[in-house]
Design a protein around this ligand. Sequence first.
Ligand SMILES: [Zn+2]
Length: 111
Amino acid sequence: MSLPNCPKCSSEYTYEDRDLLVCPECGHEWSASGGAEDEEGRVVKDANGNILKDGDSITVIKDLKVKGSSSVIKIGTKVKNIRLIDGDHDIDCKIDGFGAMKLKSEFVKKI
Ligand SMILES: [Zn+2]
């Protein structure tokens, strides 16, 4: 028997962890049972309702406080190459001057 390749990076080195499939190369996890359906069923939209994908560029539409610091990510900040993740904050990205951050899709706009 063989497991499906990673839907994100096409890695062959996926493995099963309980009812999830895990890709060790990009860290993507997905449901073995629902598989592709879950993946397509989950849609992340920006503030305007545009669908966001991995690798998109966005701008921040609201000043966002950075947790645990006094810094603020200013409205209009551009962020390249976002990655969609599960959770309350559904965008994982790197912002110049801040490093790795998690953002909420409702506070961004696709460029
Ligand atoms: Zn992968």
